[in-house]
Design a protein around this ligand. Structure first.
Ligand code: XBP
Ligand code: MG
Length: 242
């Protein structure tokens, strides 16, 4: 039986609840800066989360609610500029300490480091956002704890639910999917990790509760009560029943 060798963490919703009070207000601030009258309230944002990636999400919003914006010849550049402004706002929000890690996350990461389990990240969000969250909410040098960080456009031609980002991370870890465990919070996330063949544990988050998590090893409310020993147990059981 293969032992667990690496944990691959999703970021948004898994490491921290970043969407409602992080990404959402950052998008809204960028829209206001640009003089747009777009405002994404909590309910609308829940709908827009069907699409991962900030630029892709804005385009999806425009298709549904602001189709004229996409008719402009410079629509792509404007979306890119809005996204850069949104990232700057998001970084500022995270630096303020507004987005703590979810329960049990820091403890599990510490246990894994202690046990020599390798760590990686597979996320749709931009690299700057990963860096600031790790630095502000985990530890100043936490970026170095993760051997591979797959984030944003560089790691995936197609964002989650496509498997690209997980395949990119597996290749760089030099590990087979079956030696890794992905930690995810969303249906798009688990579709991506499972399409890459990786056993996956779900911690539901505020926007993803009740989604379809078919194929998950387990669906937990959070990691508060889940030790590394427990995670190894869940992982080993899945291999012996595979
Ligand atoms: C994360 C996302 C991202 C963020 C925004 O999904 O969907 O799009 O909301 O990030 P996952 P950017 O947790 O499945 O990786 O604006 O930087 O794209
Ligand atoms: Mg997520």
């Amino acid at each position: 039986m293969k032992a667990l060798q690496a944990l691959i963490f999703d970021v948004d919703g898994t490491l921290a609840d970043t969407e409602r009070d992080g990404h959402r207000p950052a998008f809204n601030a960028a829209f206001a800066d640009a003089g747009l009258d777009w405002y994404w309230d909590e309910a609308l944002y829940g709908e827009l989360l069907a699409v991962t990636g900030g630029k892709e999400r804005m385009r999806f919003f425009c298709e549904r609610y602001a189709p004229d914006f996409l008719k402009r010849p410079d629509a792509d550049e404007r979306i890119k500029a809005l996204h850069a402004a949104k990232t700057a706002h998001y970084v500022r929000i995270v630096e303020s300490g507004a987005l703590p890690l979810r329960p049990g996350v820091a403890r599990l990461i510490a246990e894994a480091r202690q046990a020599g389990i390798r760590l990686a990240i597979a996320t749709t969000t931009s690299p700057e956002n990963v860096e600031v969250l790790l630095r502000a909410s985990l530890a100043p040098d936490a970026m170095q704890w993760f051997e591979v960080i797959g984030a944003g456009d560089a790691a995936a031609k197609k964002k989650k639910p496509a498997p690209d980002v997980y395949l990119w991370v597996l290749e760089r870890l030099g590990l087979p999917a079956s030696a890794c465990l992905a930690l995810e919070d969303s249906e798009n996330g688990i579709r991506s990790s499972r399409a890459a063949g990786i056993p996956t544990l779900i911690t539901e988050s505020e926007y993803t509760r009740g989604q379809d998590f078919s194929g998950a090893l387990a669906v937990l409310p959070d990691l508060a009560a889940t030790t590394l020993a427990e995670i190894r147990n869940i992982f080993d059981k899945s291999l012996s029943s595979a």
